[in-house]
Design a protein around this ligand. Structure first.
Ligand SMILES: Cc1cc2nc3c(=O)[nH]c(=O)nc-3n(C[C@H](O)[C@H](O)[C@H](O)COP(=O)(O)OP(=O)(O)OC[C@H]3O[C@@H](n4cnc5c(N)ncnc54)[C@H](O)[C@@H]3O)c2cc1C
Length: 369
């Protein structure tokens, strides 16, 4: 028996569980085994604001709030666990390889500036000259970039470790290798069965990434999520080369460079690296930064993103299923702080606030005629 069961100990479930514990709830996290697919361990680590929410202003506002909460969130986690999330927000660049792409960023900037929301939104377009001053060594095909002051990056491994340690430090339980195989509701409590045990709680949070499709059906709701494969390359450590992250190449605190990332809808749930995609990513990265030819690649990985039909998050609290909540998004690092510090308190209070009502999957229920 707990106050809340969270299914999924990835970036989304761990952030929510940590936040529920801060609200004084007793929390059990049920997670997959070590070899389970986890987007949380495969991602690029951007805390990215500039392009988030184009077409859904509530998501843009939610993202901006999440980025603004990140510094305090990192401080709380470090104070509690001693683990650094490696977060910094020096601004972020989207490099453009054609005038057409740069025009597209101008249009995006216009639309994003029109979104109301907390915090100033500071995005501007840099021509090639301005960009070269900021980032020496760009390739001849780079025509310019969009720069957003709110963008940043973090260490996904540090974040996940800090969240897991923070959950344990607050008295929460993380049960690994305990996949939920059946869900039900009895006498006002949610019952979750694993191969080994039965758990019960008045509050159940489904935060199992792509696993939410099956779990939602067990609980009686349709959560429209699917997987989208992405691959990333990692170089050896180098001295400081990139003072700020770009959307496709960033330098980690440790000095390695991450080169990303593919989008492979046809790959299904196969998360293995593949030679052709590695070659594509390397070639595109070299066009952006020709000096990368002097740096050795040391590693590559693949992962499966959790996507919704319009790529915006889905948060559910169906009125017909009291105590049930579901959360899915494809930007679990960007939104970690807002999940921990805003979404979790809403769940603890028993209802999602109107500010995120637009992020329910009801937005897909459009009549045919
Ligand atoms: C290539 C790539 C690049 C990315 N880049 C970024 C980025 O730059 N910035 C950013 O913000 N995000 C990025 N992401 C996305 C980010 O990693 C995800 O948003 C985040 O990890 C999703 O978290 P999640 O907890 O929903 O899912 P996951 O991390 O996949 O975790 C789901 C967890 O649920 C568990 N589970 C599943 N089914 C069950 C079950 N039945 N019972 C118990 N447990 C279960 C699994 O074991 C797993 O641990 C990227 C992802 C990929 C793949």
């Amino acid at each position: 028996m707990s106050d809340a069961i969270v299914i999924g100990g990835g970036m989304v479930g761990a952030a929510i569980a940590w936040g529920l514990l801060r609200q004084g709830m007793g929390v059990t996290v049920l997670d997959g085994a070590d070899e389970a697919q986890r987007a949380a361990r495969a991602n690029f680590g951007l805390v990215w604001v500039q392009s988030k929410g184009d077409g859904l202003p509530e998501y843009a506002a939610w993202t901006r709030e999440g980025a603004a909460l990140w510094p305090g969130f990192q401080e709380l986690l470090a104070g509690q666990t001693g683990v650094s999330c490696g977060f910094s927000a020096p601004g972020g660049l989207h490099l453009c390889m054609s005038e057409e792409e740069l025009d597209g960023r101008r249009g995006l900037m216009q639309r994003m500036h029109n979104v109301d929301g907390p915090g100033a939104f500071d995005m501007r377009i840099l021509d090639r000259g301005e960009l070269a001053d900021l980032l020496p060594g760009i390739g001849p095909e780079v025509v310019g970039a969009s720069l957003c002051a709110q963008d940043g990056h973090a260490s996904p491994q540090g974040l996940l470790l800090a969240l897991h340690r923070g959950i344990l430090a607050q008295g929460g339980r993380i049960l690994s290798g305990q996949e939920a195989v059946a869900l039900g509701r009895e006498a006002g409590l949610w019952q979750v069965e694993t191969a080994e045990a039965r758990h019960a709680a008045p509050v159940l949070v489904l935060a199992a990434g792509t696993g939410n499709l099956a779990l939602g059906r067990m609980a009686g709701i349709e959560i429209p999520v699917s997987g989208l494969k992405g691959q990333i390359l990692v170089t050896e450590r180098t001295g400081p080369r990139l003072p700020l992250p770009t959307h496709k190449v960033r330098q980690t605190e440790a000095g390695t460079l991450l080169l990303g990332d593919s989008k492979e809808p046809e790959a299904g749930l196969d998360d293995r690296s593949s030679g052709a995609v590695i070659a594509d990513i390397a070639a595109r990265s070299l066009k952006m930064f020709p000096w990368l030819s002097e740096v050795n690649l040391v590693r590559a990985w693949g992962g499966i993103r959790t996507m919704t039909p319009d790529s915006f998050p889905v948060y559910e609290a169906p009125a017909s299923l009291p105590g049930l909540f579901a959360a899915n998004c494809h930007s679990g690092v960007t939104l970690a702080a807002v999940h921990a510090l805003k979404l979790a308190p809403m769940i603890a209070a028993g209802a999602l606030a109107p500010e995120i009502a637009a992020l329910s999957s009801r937005r897909f229920d459009v009549p045919d005629n």
